[in-house]
Design a protein around this ligand. Sequence first.
Ligand code: SF4
Length: 341
Amino acid sequence: MTLQDLDRLPELLLPWYQDNKRDLPWREIPAEPYHVWLSEIMLQQTRVEAVIPYYHRFLEALPDIPALAAADDETILKLWEGLGYYTRVRNLRAAAQKIMEDHNGIFPSSITGIRALPGIGDYTAGAIASIAFGQCEPAVDGNVLRVITRFAGAMDDITKNSVKQQIADGLRSIYPSGDPSGFTQSLMELGALICLPNGTPKCAECPLQNACSAHRNKLTDLIPVKKPKKPRKEEKHTILILSSKGKIALRKRPEKGLLASLWEFPSLPGHLTKDQVSQHYPACRHWQRGPEAVHIFSHIEWHMHSFTAESPEELEGLQYFSPDQFPAVPSAFKAFLPLKK
Ligand code: SF4
């Protein structure tokens, strides 16, 4: 891959960023590492507009690293409820605990110290190092890969680690030492607002248009090149919304694997009939069809049917909650949640 003309990026992007950047709550001057870190973790797989209320709520409840390190499971899961990917918030707390133990509660500023924290990969480490600590470290995510491969006219497969690495090295060599934070954010912002995916980039508004190879050669529909993903596996489940005396039953998922250790509704594999489910739970009565839902994870799809039923007593092995005191439940199950009174 030839990454020519990358050295023109800072002069073209920095003035554009100053004039066009969105006013986002974590874009403070000076940047607070805890805030940059939290926003980056929340923004993985979630849109900016959806993240903002979560971000404020989280910081209100856990305003600093010591508070996060000391928070219990139910608190952090409740604050994360709806964002999905609960491992992220558990890793946030584990990293906060490591910062308390190994760094006297002060966020480490070296790229190796940041990268060693749980849940922080190359992208997030680069984002924190450059935005919060002014270091010349690139943060290469899908947006940045798209901008750079289009700019350079590179037809290499961006799902390959070697391509990612080449782009990171190329960027590191041209980082402007005067404003690493602005440069990282200008690349992110261009990818989010102008150099859009799926053949819809707004080249006419782009500060890179005169230097961009994909634009010049009409290749924006073909770049970035991505190897097609494997199709997702489909699983069928029958979700059971079992109540007793106004309370609804949940159980904990296994400690390992998808949605580890989180609350879920009891369920049975496959799409079962009323007769089939009632045989599994003979103490329950008044079986009725409930809502259906599909939830898409990165590698798996759940196709869920459901039944509701009641039992006079609480069933063994399940824990019952009144709708007002429902714990955090993954968004995969949101179609089945009780309405709060
Ligand atoms: S000119 Fe078009 S394709 Fe090139 S970086 Fe700008 S928006 Fe992307």
